[in-house]
Design a protein around this ligand. Structure first.
Ligand SMILES: Cc1ncc(COP(=O)(O)O)c(C=O)c1O
Length: 339
């Protein structure tokens, strides 16, 4: 099935109304059977907790078109589990893994004509979410919930090949030490809008957050996770209860070890010790792997490998990860789920 209205080469990361989305209500203590609907508008109570108290969470994953035309989801069970933890944190009912994965499969299949062809580098971005709805006014958990999954076709993060970006350390925090940083909830992203805008205004790709307790350790890179490569062939990534545990990060930890033979260290990344890294990068579903050219901190730019060239280890990690996502390379068992 083609889609003559879409210029695959011009796709960015913008909302496009696709054909069908999945919708299920939680009422009387249970999730009702979901339906696919053409309607992209939600009609909810003005008292919905999602609107006033931020009782909502979301996920982001992609459906990829393989060379043989089949459709791949990448580790959707991991997104399901992360959403269950987010729901738990905000006192929302969990969506069972089977229901989550089935909803993603249905949405990808129903919008197949929006999946970018193999070779364009694009993918179908799936956005599952849970929101608290129903009549309410006090600060308490909602009487009803909606679980929905919609999708938009997105282009490759890098048009014309991977290239490094510069980032700036933010003076703001996106999450509190024992707050909701590890959950994928809207409040963290609302808190990140101003720091992100200020970083872009200053001509950086995005900002980097330090740990909210001591402001001495790198935590996250905009909406992606940080990793650094040392001259001793170590893959280092921050471990903190206020960092979102990314599925790309989790996958790179496994690939760095099993396929590149690197030593993985999950631990502190001190902002005053960036000299230990010969390469650095940001990783996430949207960012895939973005090489970090340099980091601006207290008026100085610390450059890693290069501001213009991708480092060799970062390139290998990228090739391995994207090779698996598009089925050009065999991945570990269970990573690719066919639609
Ligand atoms: C704050 C934040 N950190 C990290 C990530 C990377 O997570 P993932 O690899 O699961 O996309 C994301 C993106 O979802 C994010 O929003």
């Amino acid at each position: 099935m083609g889609n003559e209205s879409i210029n695959w080469d011009k796709l960015g990361f913008d909302y496009i109304k696709t054909d069908l989305r999945y919708l299920s209500y939680w009422r009387d203590g249970a999730w009702q059977e979901g339906v696919l609907t053409e309607d992209n508008q939600l009609h909810i109570s003005e008292g919905s907790t999602a609107l006033h108290y931020g009782q909502q969470c979301f996920e982001g994953l992609k459906a990829y078109r393989a060379k043989d035309g089949s459709i791949n989801l990448f580790r959707p069970d991991q997104n399901a589990q992360r959403m269950q933890r987010s729901c738990n944190r905000l006192l929302m009912p969990q969506v069972p893994t089977d229901m989550f994965v089935e909803a993603c499969k249905q949405v990808a299949a129903a919008n197949e004509r929006f999946i970018p062809p193999y070779g364009t580098g694009g993918a179908l971005y799936l956005r599952p979410f849970v929101i608290g709805v129903g009549d309410n006014i006090g600060v308490r958990t909602a009487p009803e919930f909606i679980f929905s999954v919609f999708c938009v076709p997105v282009g490759p993060y890098f048009k014309g090949g991977m290239k490094p970006h510069n980032f700036v350390i933010s003076g703001y925090d996106r999450a509190a030490p024992n707050g909701t940083g590890a959950a994928k909830v809207g409040g963290n992203y609302a808190a990140s809008l101003m720091p992100g805008a200020e970083a872009k205004q200053a001509h950086f790709a995005d900002c980097i957050y330090l740990d909210p307790a001591t402001h001495s350790k790198i935590e996250e890179v905009g909406s992606a996770n940080f990793f650094g490569i040392t001259a001793n062939q170590e893959f280092v990534t921050p471990k903190s209860s206020s960092v979102l545990p990314g599925i790309t990060r989790l996958s790179l930890i496994e690939l760095a070890q099993s396929r590149l033979g690197l030593t993985v260290i999950e631990g502190d990344v001190l902002i005053n010790d960036l000299g230990r890294f010969v390469e650095a990068g940001a990783c996430g579903t949207a960012a895939v792997i973005t090489p970090i050219g340099g980091i601006q901190y207290e008026g100085k730019l610390h450059v890693f490998h290069s501001e213009t060239e991708v480092g060799p280890v970062t390139q290998k990690l990228y090739d391995e990860l994207t090779g698996i996502q598009f089925s050009d390379i065999e991945g570990p068992a269970g990573w690719v789920v066919k639609v």
